[in-house]
Design a protein around this ligand. Sequence first.
Ligand code: NAD
Length: 449
Amino acid sequence: MQEIRELVEEQRKFYNFGGTKSLDFRLKALTCLQKAIKRNERLIQEALRKDLKKSNCESYMAEIGMVYSELSYVRKHLPFWDRDKTVLSSPAQFPARSFVRTEPYGLVLILSPWNYPFMLSMEPLIGAIAAGNCCIVKPSAYASHTSSVICRLISEIFPQKYAAVVEGGRDENTELLNQRFDYIFFTGSVAVGKIVMEKASEHLTPVSLELGGKSPCIIEESADLNLAAKRVVFGKFLNSGQTCVAPDYCLVQESVIDKFLEHLIHWTKKMYGNIFENSDYPRIINEKHFERLLGLLNHGEVFFGGNYSRDTLKIEPTILYPVNESEPVMQEEIFGPLIPVLTYKTISDADAFISKREKPLALYLFTKNPKVEQEIMNLSFGGGCINDTIIHLATSRMGFGGVGSSGMGSYHGKKSYETFTHSKSIVKSSSRIDIPLRYPPYGKRKEKL
Ligand code: NAD
């Protein structure tokens, strides 16, 4: 634990020296990171296979490829984001020039989860580096192979006084949170998010909280039901449902429930077949989560699937139907390959069902009806898709984040840069002209003005 304290002090000294702030330094660091990932690509894929049994294709599509694309985007745009932004001065400031200048926060702590352990450590790191901060990354101990590859990769290219990885579990997390950072970026559960925010408040450290929750997926009767089912199966069972933005449950209009269920089964079979013979289907991260998911499964009515293997920690893509909203599976974020399907009568019923719950991280709507689209898009949620699932986060051109209990703050692309910088508003006043109006004494003449 002494080591953590020393590391933070070392980074503080290095940051104060000022070397991390130049644009040239930051661009070089990002290029180094990109090359190191390229060199270690095979090791990263192997680690993801060991931790979660992810296929190389899924690892590339949902982790490594997204990191490359974020790196390229940030490197290209950083010189423009970095410039002072001139704004019009207000009449009260006349004559003056007004501008906004950014500066890095200083020392950043990134705490990441195990489900996309590489991508969710790297993407915030890219933002922290782009902004000119020093950084400590603490990956989840549950994905220990990926954590050690990240540690090796970062120590290969950066001195630890600039960017370092701390590995370990609860003790290391606690000790890190006891230190004073200038920004904390946390991705994980709501429960731990609250702990992080409480600890951050001791030093008034600003935080981003990228959390989870129950993300609804509404299927309205005008939707292309076949395509809806195909895209729900993709978004739900990717990484065996261990995806923060996975559709947690489906709300299907009563009039189309039978047809939708038929398509859902068809696409589940077609995409996954027999998962016990499918080496590309990821497993559940550990026994604790496996047993938690079996608890939810065994309380529900299995409509399709429901088989599992304790030896391999795999659970079949499973459809639960019918489901009552009071069942255990509707009380917590599922974070596994179980999809409860509920029905509703009118779109206002679906709207009311979602509105009475915590604001979700994601919301998905399948419809061809513009009025329905209008109504549902006015609900409060982190982000989402119309006629698709999960792809809204696969971009550097829009921010990604939650709202309410699904999180605060957003990142990706420019939003990441903004997250890890403080914007200073500066007015440069003229020394040649000095309008006397603002200075006392005010007297009767000024009162009349
Ligand atoms: P978690 O909250 O258990 O852990 C997240 C991180 O916090 C890990 O690094 C872990 O080591 C650390 N941690 C755990 N307990 C801690 C404590 N008591 N004090 C300090 N640090 C602690 O979350 P998880 O199980 O790794 O991930 C699953 C959750 O993360 C789900 O709720 C999911 O929705 C959410 N998630 C959100 C996003 C997003 O972008 N919004 C992405 C992925 C996962």
